[in-house]
Design a binder for this molecule. Structure first.
Ligand SMILES: [Zn+2]
Ligand SMILES: [Zn+2]
Length: 340
């Protein structure tokens, strides 16, 4: 079914703001090749912040919490702190990110997908966001259509509107902390801000590009999603992307014993200490049956499209657009544990 949002006439605008920001980050990251900027403490900060902003901020918060409601966090303000950490990955504000990703799930590898490698690998990896009128112009209408639950949350809207402040504040903090630590502020900025951000960006982008091209398919989803071990390593479990497309609301993306999913481990650890609850998990024993029938992915896709095609201001429709079709379709496949 075609809707006015996905069938609008193509109009190409160049997203100069994001392009300049990304060029700035990549240029700064080149300084990591200058030996004079290297320090071991800078490298450690790079790795820790890669996990914190990429793993906790993007994979766990932007994706599994905000996009798919795979679990809940407590207390309520923790959601905003985690979202601000996600902003430090420099992948844009949370509402735009979530809207783009939900549209990807609704039209995976179809013409209206925001980033399918069927156009080209480079397009799926990073060129798609450079022409937002073709794929995903971040207007209030776009937000209300694809992420109405987030758009009506004033806290998330504030963070979305100020998303650039957080990475800039982190970069400034790294400089002053490094100077205080031992006059190595520039090293901490080069490794902890520039190099780390670029590594996080390309790690995340590999989920959109590589895991729709390479790897194995456990489930017969209607898209080309695949499970790819080396992307799972650099994205803290997000590389088990075929599993994710088959069971979109599952907090666990790794579903076989070898599919290590450190983001799910982090969610479980949070649930043990009362910071997370209602953790949805796909039942592994039913995977093979679902894989042979392909029921899960096709039903999820259809339910999501139907919800999107009939927008309404009602709360029930809002929930539908934001994931209830997926949740309902997955109900019999998911177990939910409430520990908080
Ligand atoms: Zn995908
Ligand atoms: Zn997803």
């Amino acid at each position: 079914m075609s809707t006015h949002a996905v069938s609008a006439p193509p109009k190409v605008n160049i997203a100069w703001g994001p392009i300049i920001w990304m060029a700035f980050l990549h240029t700064g990251a080149l300084l990591a090749f200058v030996p004079g900027f290297f320090t071991w403490s800078g490298l450690v900060i790079c790795l820790v912040l890669h996990w914190l902003t990429g793993g906790i901020g993007i994979c766990m918060t932007y994706h599994r919490l905000l996009t798919h409601s795979s679990f809940k966090v407590h207390p309520g303000w923790l959601k905003y702190v985690l979202t601000a950490i996600g902003c430090c990955a420099s992948e844009g504000g949370p509402i735009g990110w979530v809207a783009d990703h939900r549209k990807h799930h609704a039209y995976s590898d179809e013409p209206d997908d925001v980033h399918t490698p069927k156009v080209s690998f480079g397009w799926a990896h990073m060129f798609w966001w450079m022409t937002p009128d073709v794929t995903c112009d971040h207007t209030p209408e776009y937000y209300k259509r694809w992420a109405p639950d987030l758009y009506k949350d004033r806290g998330l809207r504030f963070i979305d509107n100020t998303h650039l402040v957080y990475p800039l504040a982190l970069g400034a903090s790294l400089y002053f902390a490094g100077q205080y630590y031992g006059g190595i502020g520039l090293s901490w900025v080069v490794w902890g801000f520039f190099a780390r951000t670029v590594l996080v960006l390309h790690s995340t982008w590999l989920v959109n590009s590589a895991t729709h091209v390479w790897g194995y398919r456990t489930h017969e989803t209607r898209d080309d999603s695949r499970n790819l071990w080396w992307v799972a390593i650099v994205t803290y479990g997000e590389g088990w992307h075929n599993n994710h497309h088959a069971f979109q609301t599952s907090a666990a993306h790794g579903l076989d014993w070898w599919e290590i999913d450190t983001t799910y481990i982090a969610i479980k650890l949070m649930s043990y200490v009362g910071l997370a609850s209602d953790v949805k998990v796909a039942k592994p024993e039913k995977n093979s049956a679902r894989a042979t029938t392909g029921v899960s992915a096709s039903s999820i896709s259809q339910a999501t499209k139907q919800a999107i095609a009939t927008p309404s201001d009602s709360i029930s429709t809002t929930q539908n657009v934001t994931g209830s079709p997926t949740i309902e379709s997955n109900t019999e496949m998911l177990t939910t544990s409430t520990t908080a």
